[in-house]
Design a protein around this ligand. Sequence first.
Ligand SMILES: Nc1ncnc2c1ncn2[C@@H]1O[C@H](COP(=O)(O)OP(=O)(O)OP(=O)(O)O)[C@@H](O)[C@H]1O
Ligand SMILES: [Mg+2]
Length: 284
Amino acid sequence: MIRLDDVGYTYPDAPAPALQHVSLEVPPGSITGVVGASGAGKTTLAKVIAGFIPQVEGGELTGSATVDGRNLAELSLVEAVSKVGLVIQNPFNQISGARYTVRGEIAFGLENLGTPRAEMAAGVDEVAALLRITDLLDRSPYALSGGQMQLVAIASMLVLRTPVLVMDEPTSQLDPAGTRLVFSVLDTLEEAGVTVVIFEHKLELLQAHADRLLVLADRTIALAGTPTEVLADERLSGWGIGATRYTRAARLARERGLIGAEVPLPVSFDQAAAVFGTGAGGAR
Ligand SMILES: Nc1ncnc2c1ncn2[C@@H]1O[C@H](COP(=O)(O)OP(=O)(O)OP(=O)(O)O)[C@@H](O)[C@H]1O
Ligand SMILES: [Mg+2]
């Protein structure tokens, strides 16, 4: 269980806090999505949950951030890294640069933990198959496309099998098929009991895969709830967050009087089908 109580954080020498009064709970074995406009503090919150803040970044953290009841700020970096994996926003920065093949790159973290060679090889093969990058294993990490690099960065964290995985915009470089693959891997992880916190803009996929959604705005958690509750909230646009294509279509239909103002806005295909399917003549 990840728990933040009234967390505030100010970067070193920054004039104002990046996060204020952040309280949240992430139940074990669940997928939590976090949305927020650019600059809202997503990366900062990801680093707090992963123990990188304040351990690596410095600055001033107030309030309490715990994982399984242990204060993140009191864990050694090695302990924090073994509990929480962080897929950082820019996959190019996740690559260690210390290995000449993708296989070596994915194995790098396990190597540092002193994992036996056979176990390491099996672990790398397994995550590579899961992310469909087996054919890249003998390639140079520097000869990859952005999307391939992103999958390698994700694999290098998955292979560590941390009980908590924090992912900061892990599909930003991926095409729609790659993006769907990553979300389906999240479902696999969830079934295996892994706790996932994903910072992501793709609302339709969050709706389909996340158990809960949090909205970061004005340096704090402005809203939390089920994906349906959060995505139907009229305040989202004011926080610089879009709406699903289903909600947008229903808004247009509402503006044109095709559906009544009393009809709740749909956030998923099934809900939209129900709304439009009842209209005159149907939407087919
Ligand atoms: N190292 C830093 N030092 C000082 N201020 C920082 C630092 N990193 C981020 N900030 C500031 O903290 C705030 C939150 O930034 P953060 O990177 O967490 O936002 P974000 O939601 O991840 O944005 P994006 O969508 O662009 O990735 C911003 O105002 C940013 O300028
Ligand atoms: Mg960010």
